[in-house]
Design a protein around this ligand. Structure first.
Ligand SMILES: Cc1ncc(COP(=O)(O)O)c(C=O)c1O
Length: 416
């Protein structure tokens, strides 16, 4: 039995978030405005349907919220249509499959080990179970293998291709994929697969203008709102096609969801508004500068970073091939000195997922807290030294010392 009250447990989690270095690449700290909207009385309202076409009365203000959020997200990403109702990134992706293709159709997505997401075709997800998946991946340098993608496209004639990733640290060139698909269409009577981009991880970098946009190349774009975009936990779908948005809207509701979370939609709207500001551009730029400085410190000391560095908000550190410990061990040990990371498979990993050779390291959350390059460089040194102590079997003797070193960085930043 858990004795603590819910309020007490929330305080415990607040304390953990205040005293841990959050390096999970998909997490962030949204603004008070976003949190207030997410915890607001909008949660009381049922609003099945869409603005102007609801199945419940009393939706005039809800309609204003949802319409405004749609206007703001379309302006932010420079596209025509949006659905902001998906409860999360996975349901946004599921809605696209349901809207555009049939069960059993062929879909190409990046494999999990190369950086793709479960919903891009993993066998444990609806995507791998209900569709015929052809996976593409990265080359021996950890860079997307465009030739491999092209060959598989011609060989398998998919109905949809998915571009986007959860742990790929280089710029994804959406135009190259579009060009390959256009070229393929010429040899296929003009027929081509739907081109879907899942920009969940880099949405904030695209909004901040430091990464290229999937528009005008993609037919449909999905995202989460809680990663680099720094909003509430949720999903969204964007397109420039009237025909596609009609299908998407039907697939989201009544296809796979019921009443929309209007409190979360208001919080999404606020995050779109915030992401359009010049401060957010600076934030996005700093995320990337921090990730580059952080990864370079490991590389300088001879540690192995997949693809040899990063262009975005994260990188995968191959701890197994750097000092012979597994990603699981690194995740658990770093947690003990209040550094939070997640184990992550490396391309063609020889270890199983629950062990993994790598850890994924991201900078969005601590950049929100004001961390700069010098802070991440200091942290890289702490991580390397501490992991080495662990490897040498000496970790029990020095854990306190490293806990203090980590807390000192946090304190210094708070005081600045
Ligand atoms: C690329 C990508 N797409 C979709 C998702 C799914 O998002 P959610 O966890 O909100 O379902 C993730 C989550 O990590 C992701 O990285």
């Amino acid at each position: 039995m858990i004795k603590e009250t819910y309020e007490e447990i929330i305080k415990l989690e607040q304390n953990r978030q205040d005293h841990n270095v959050e390096l999970i690449a998909s997490e962030n700290f949204p603004s008070k405005r976003v949190l207030n909207a997410a915890g607001s009385i909008l949660t009381n309202k049922y609003a099945e349907g869409y603005s102007g076409k609801r199945y419940y009365g009393g939706c005039e203000f809800i309609d204003m919220i949802e319409t405004k959020a749609i206007e703001d997200v379309c302006k932010l990403f420079n596209c025509k249509y949006a659905n902001v109702q998906p409860h999360c990134g996975s349901s946004a992706n599921q809605a696209v499959y349901r809207a555009l293709i049939n069960t059993g159709d062929t879909v190409m997505g990046m494999d999990l080990g190369s950086g793709g997401h479960l919903t891009h075709g993993h066998k444990m997800s609806f995507s791998g179970q209900d569709y015929n998946i052809v996976s593409y991946g990265v080359d021996e340098n950890g860079i997307i293998n465009y030739d491999n993608f092209k060959n598989l496209l011609y060989e398998h004639n998919p109905q949809m291709v998915i571009v986007g990733a959860s742990s790929y640290s280089r710029i994804i060139d959406y135009k190259i994929f579009a060009d390959i698909i256009e070229e393929y269409a010429k040899s296929n009577n003009g027929e081509k697969p739907y081109y879907m981009v899942d920009m969940a991880h880099v949405a904030g970098l695209i909004a901040g203008g430091v990464h290229p946009s999937p528009f005008p190349y993609a037919d449909v774009v999905t995202s989460t709102t809680h990663k680099t975009l720094r909003g509430p936990r949720g999903g969204l779908i964007l397109t420039n096609s009237e025909d596609i948005i009609k299908k998407i809207n039907r697939a989201v509701f009544p296809g796979i969801q019921g009443g929309p979370l209007e409190h979360i939609i208001a919080a999404k709207g606020i995050c779109f508004e915030e992401a359009a500001k010049s401060e957010f551009k600076e934030y996005a730029n700093q995320i990337v500068k921090n990730a580059k400085a952080f990864s370079e410190e490991f590389i300088k000391e001879g540690w192995k970073v997949i693809s040899g560095g990063t262009d975005n908000h994260m990188f995968v550190l191959d701890v197994y091939n750097s000092i012979g410990i597994t990603g699981k061990e690194a995740e658990e040990e770093l947690d003990k000195i209040h550094i939070t990371v997640n184990k992550n498979q490396t391309p063609n990993d020889e270890l199983p997922p629950l062990k993994s050779s790598g850890i994924r390291i991201g900078t969005p959350a601590m950049t929100t807290k004001g961390w700069k390059e010098k802070d991440f460089i200091m942290l890289a040194k702490i991580i390397m030294e501490y992991m080495q102590e662990y490897k040498n079997g000496n970790v029990e003797n020095c854990r306190e010392l490293y806990i203090n070193k980590v807390q000192n960085i946090i304190k210094n930043i708070k005081n600045n």
